[in-house]
Design a protein. Structure first.
Ligand code: KG4
Ligand code: ZN
Length: 347
C-alpha cells in the first residue's frame, strides 16, 4: 500500500510517499526559511500563503519522484496538530480534497509523535516502548511512548521551547535565522565555560519540566552588562570571540537541561530506550552529550539523521501504524493549532 503523507504545520511544505512496509518512495521538502529570514522568525500569514502556492507542486513532484500517480495511492495522511492554524488548514484541506476526489481514507498524524517516529524509521527496527523527547521551535516535550499509537505526556516547557530560545538568543547576538544552526556554528569557536548561565529546574528531581525564558533573559543581561545593549546594531558591534563564547555557554546550558531531564524521564519510567526528535536534535553538541549520557547510564539512544530531525513528511510514516490498527480519521477532522503543552505532573 502507498500512503501520501503531507506536512504543513509550520514553515515547511512537505510531502512523501511511504509504503505499508515503511519504505520511503519519495520525499520533498520546500523550506520557507528565505521568506521569514528578514523577520527573524516565522510570520504565520506569510507561511500559510506560501503553503497555498507550494502544496500542489510539492505533491506533484513527490508523486513524480516515486513514479506514481494519484491512482496508485491507498491513503492520505495529514499532520493536523500542533502548529500554526493557517498553515495546518492548507495541508488538511488539500488532504481532504484528495481523499474526496479519489475515494481514499484519511489518516490523522500528530506532528510531535511523528518527530519521535523518525527514530523508528531511521533505525529500521522497533524502538517502543521508549521515552520520547521532542525539541523543536515550538516544543520541548517528554513522552512515555508505550507503542507507536500510545503516547502519554510526561512534562514539557513551562515557557519558551528550546528551539525558540536558540532563535531568540541568536537574534540577540545578531546571528541569522534560524538561530539554532547559527548558534551551533558560532559556538564552535567559543568557550562553553566562559560564562556560567542558569540551568532552570535542572537541580529539581521532582520536576520533569523545562524553562528557557530565564536563560534567554540571562543572556540579554550578560550582553547589556558587556556592551550597554544586547542587540547588535543598536549598541557596539559584538566582537566575534565574545559572540562565540556566549553562544557556546548558552548552548551548553540548554543541552545540560535537555539531557538532564531526559535522563530523569528514563529513570522515572524504567524504560531502556530514549528517542529524540525535532529540529534542535540536529545540534551536534546535543547529540554528542546524549551519546555520552546513554553510554554512562546504560540506555539505548536513537536520534535520526539531520534530514529527519527538521520538519519533513517522511516522519508522517507514523500513519502506517494507524493504518495497521484501522485508526482512520473522519472527513470532519479539524486542525488543532498548537502549541501542545505536555501537562505538568502528568507523570
Ligand atoms: O522541528 P523543526 O524543524 O520545526 C518545528 O516543528 O518547530 O524545529 C525548528 C527549530 C528552530 O528553532 C531551529 O532554530 C532549531 O529547530 N534548530 C536547531 C538546529 N537546527 C535547527 N537548534 C539547535 N541546533 C541546530 N543545529
Ligand atoms: Zn517539527
Amino acid at each position: 500500500m502507498n500512503v501520501l503523507t503531507i506536512e504543513t504545520t509550520c514553515d515547511e511544505t512537505a510531502a512523501a510517499v511511504v509504503t505499508d512496509r515503511l519504505e520511503v518512495l519519495s520525499s520533498v521538502v520546500a523550506s520557507q526559511d528565505a521568506l521569514h529570514k528578514r523577520f527573524g522568525g516565522v510570520v504565520p500569514e506569510i507561511a500559510s500563503r506560501a503553503h497555498v502556492e507550494r502544496i500542489l507542486p510539492v505533491i506533484d513532484e513527490t508523486l513524480r519522484k516515486a513514479n506514481l500517480s494519484l491512482a496508485d495511492l491507498d491513503a492520505v495522511a495529514i499532520a493536523h496538530t500542533p502548529g500554526l492554524a493557517g498553515s495546518l488548514l492548507v495541508g488538511l484541506s488539500t488532504a481532504k480534497a484528495l481523499c474526496v476526489a479519489r475515494g481514499l481514507p484519511l489518516i490523522a498524524v500528530n506532528h510531535l509523535q511523528a518527530h519521535i517516529y523518525a527514530c523508528r524509521l531511521a533505525s529500521g527496527r522497533n524502538v517502543f516502548p521508549c521515552v520520547g523527547l521532542v525539541v523543536s521551535g515550538g516544543h520541548s516535550n517528554l513522552y512515555r511512548c508505550e507503542t507507536a499509537t500510545d503516547f502519554t505526556p510526561l512534562g514539557g516547557t513551562i515557557d519558551d521551547a528550546a528551539g525558540e530560545a536558540f532563535d531568540k538568543v541568536a537574534s540577540l547576538l545578531g546571528l541569522p535565522y534560524p538561530g539554532g544552526p547559527s548558534i551551533e556554528k558560532a559556538a564552535r569557536r567559543g568557550d562553553a565555560k566562559k560564562y556560567r548561565l542558569p540551568r532552570p529546574l535542572l537541580d529539581d528531581p521532582s520536576r520533569l519540566e523545562f524553562s528557557f525564558s530565564g536563560l534567554k533573559t540571562a543572556v540579554r543581561y550578560l550582553l547589556e552588562r558587556s556592551h550597554g545593549s544586547g542587540v547588535r546594531g543598536q549598541g557596539k558591534e559584538l566582537a566575534d570571540d565574545h559572540v562565540g563564547d556566549v553562544a557556546a555557554s548558552f548552548q551548553e546550558a540548554v543541552v545540560d537541561c535537555l539531557v538532564g531531564k531526559a535522563d530523569l524521564a528514563i529513570a522515572r519510567t524504567g524504560y531502556l530506550t530514549l528517542c529524540v526528535g525535532g529540529g534542535v536534535a540536529a545540534n551536534s553538541r546535543f547529540r554528542a552529550r546524549l551519546e555520552e549520557s546513554a553510554a554512562a547510564n546504560g540506555y539505548e539512544l536513537h536520534v535520526p539523521p539531520l534530514s529527519l530531525c527538521t520538519d519533513n513528511a517522511v516522519m508522517g510514516a507514523i500513519a502506517i501504524e494507524r493504518l495497521r490498527a484501522g485508526k482512520f480519521a473522519e472527513l470532519t477532522l479539524d486542525v488543532l493549532p498548537g502549541p501542545e503543552r505536555a501537562v505538568a505532573n502528568a507523570n
